[in-house]
Design a protein around this ligand. Structure first.
Ligand code: NAD
Length: 491
């Protein structure tokens, strides 16, 4: 079955969602289709007053709807119905998302939508498994710690996996009784409204899940609003720092930050199956045209394996087909915007001026009818001082480094700023175990690259890649605060 569709046949909606109503307040912002550069439906931009309205509505729903006080199994039942409704509307949501995003329709249908509803079901099953602690005390005195929801959670998502991030960031807090105000990326705004309306159809009280559309200023208003008790953010490290500052403007509040990366793929000399390793490496830097936080953008290889490995990676990279997200066979999707593509051009030019050599690609895919597509690009000799090392390209660009001694390889793998993830390729489990300890990263994959299809494994970065976890039990606990209760019932 083909997933191909005509983008002009898709009905798009662009509105804030407040208290279950579509709201069109605000100036409008243009949205473009990255696949062909054409304009799509503009979105209204929420100003401070609209953000306040959304947050106050969520706070009211949190206090009055009984959601937080309900039997957790009742919350779980709503979430499970929500997941079923999202599944039933899979094609409509995926098509709306494919219009403005870089996600190919086949990936959306077979991967993103599946992982999104899987996460809703995963968190639904956690709803009644949240536990506190009872502490030992003298007779007549009992103390316990009781998990409670925060109230309103402000959630802000990036452009690269819009459906997944929007749903992950709302299902977990809702499962444990919070309300959510979500601000999706202004570049990929279309699916959130549909998804949130389905939650209401599933039985979620109105106001518990509100959406505000807009760019950075809208996000900042949300973060600094005093009734937002907890912030969860996924995006770039620079924005993450601004979010921390905004969160402290009206006092303090906890933030979870899932930020950028410069993920190394470290190959040890014992690897036997170079084809398998090359397949992982290529997918590691080319998936979503490199627009992945954990993209494996730094390949670190024993010097003697560099040439044979690069030969294989090049064959795979050259097999990628650039083209619009709405044609299912395309495997090299567009860069999200012309602005982002121009940023990659500039970074690449500067990195080359600093001495880097282009081994493959090095520019745009020519004649792509208005879309900004980038060639799979491999660089060598990128100096540490260059922007090609210090910053994220966020395109299909990988730098390669040869090493003689394994110590040198480890030193190259650990980055001074980013520590989101690392992958390690070896056939020697003992070496793997000892190197895992020495790689500074929030996640280390051995003989794999990228998030595996499960919901239980937490993810999150160290250092400049952020802090706090998403998914798994710790991803749920991040939306709970612990109240200590001391009971004196002695005579
Ligand atoms: P971005 O930081 O530009 O924007 C992310 C979101 O923040 C958008 O919704 C944007 O409107 C909003 N925003 C911008 N300025 C803001 C401000 N001052 N206050 C509040 N909100 C603001 O990121 P992007 O370009 O959309 O996404 C790519 C980045 O996200 C990359 O750096 C990538 O590595 C990172 N990312 C990280 C993870 C992870 O799990 N660690 C996952 C995906 C993407």
């Amino acid at each position: 079955m083909s997933y191909d569709f005509n983008p002009d046949s898709v009905e798009l909606f662009a509105a804030h969602l407040i208290g279950g109503e579509r709201v069109h307040a605000g100036e409008t912002l243009k949205v473009f289709r990255p696949s062909d550069g054409l304009e799509a439906l503009p979105i209204p931009v929420a100003d401070a007053a609209t953000v306040s309205r959304a947050v106050e509505s969520a706070d009211h729903a949190f206090r009055t709807s009984g959601w937080a006080d309900a039997n957790p199994l009742d919350r779980a039942a709503v979430l499970l119905r929500w997941a079923d409704l999202i599944d039933a509307n899979r094609e409509r949501i995926a098509r709306a998302e494919a219009i403005a995003s870089s996600r190919p329709i086949a990936d959306l249908m077979e991967r993103d939508m599946v992982r999104a509803t899987g996460a809703v079901r995963y968190f639904a099953q956690w709803a009644d498994k949240v536990e506190g602690q009872l502490f030992a005390g003298k007779a007549g005195l009992s103390s316990y710690a009781k998990p409670e929801p925060y109230g309103v959670v402000g959630a802000i998502t990036p452009f690269n996996f819009p459906v997944i991030h929007g749903i992950w960031k709302s299902a977990a807090p809702l499962a444990v009784g919070n309300a959510v105000v979500l601000k999706p990326s202004e570049l990929t705004p279309y699916s959130s409204l549909l998804v949130a309306e389905l939650a209401i159809e599933a039985g979620l009280p109105k106001g518990l899940f509100n959406i505000v559309l807009g760019a950075g200023a809208t996000g900042a208003e949300l973060v600094r609003h005093p009734l937002v008790r907890k912030v969860t953010f996924t995006g770039s490290s620079a924005t993450g720092a601004r979010i921390m500052a905004a969160a402290a403007e009206n006092g303090t509040k906890p933030v979870t930050l899932e930020l950028g990366g410069k993920t190394p793929q470290l190959v040890l000399r014992d690897v036997r199956n170079l084809d398998r390793v090359a397949g992982n490496i290529a997918a590691g830097f080319l998936a979503n045209s490199g627009q992945v936080c954990t993209a494996g953008t730094r390949l670190i290889v024993p010097r003697e394996l560099l040439e044979p490995l690069l030969e294989k990676v090049t064959v795979i990279a050259n097999g990628r087909k650039a083209g619009p997200t709405w044609i299912a066979g395309n495997t090299l999707p567009p860069i999200i915007s012309e602005k982002q593509a121009a940023r990659i051009d500039a970074m690449l030019a500067e990195t080359r001026r600093d001495g880097a050599e282009v081994l493959l690609g090095g520019g745009r895919v020519p004649e792509m009818n208005g879309g900004a597509y980038y060639q799979p690009t491999i660089l060598s000799g990128v100096p540490d001082s260059s922007v090609g090392y210090t910053g994220e390209f966020f395109g299909p660009i990988m730098s390669v480094y040869g090493y003689d001694d394994e110590e040198e390889g480890i030193a190259l793998a650990n980055h001074p700023t980013y520590a989101l993830a690392a992958s390690l390729y070896t056939d020697n489990l003992q070496r793997a175990m000892s190197l895992v300890d020495r790689l500074e990263a929030g996640t280390v994959w051995v003989n794999a690259h990228g998030r595996q299809p499960d919901y239980a494994t937490p993810q999150g970065g160290f250092n400049g890649s952020g802090f706090g976890k998403e998914m798994g039990r710790s991803g749920l606990e991040t939306f709970l605060r612990s109240k200590t209760v001391v009971l004196n019932y002695g005579e």
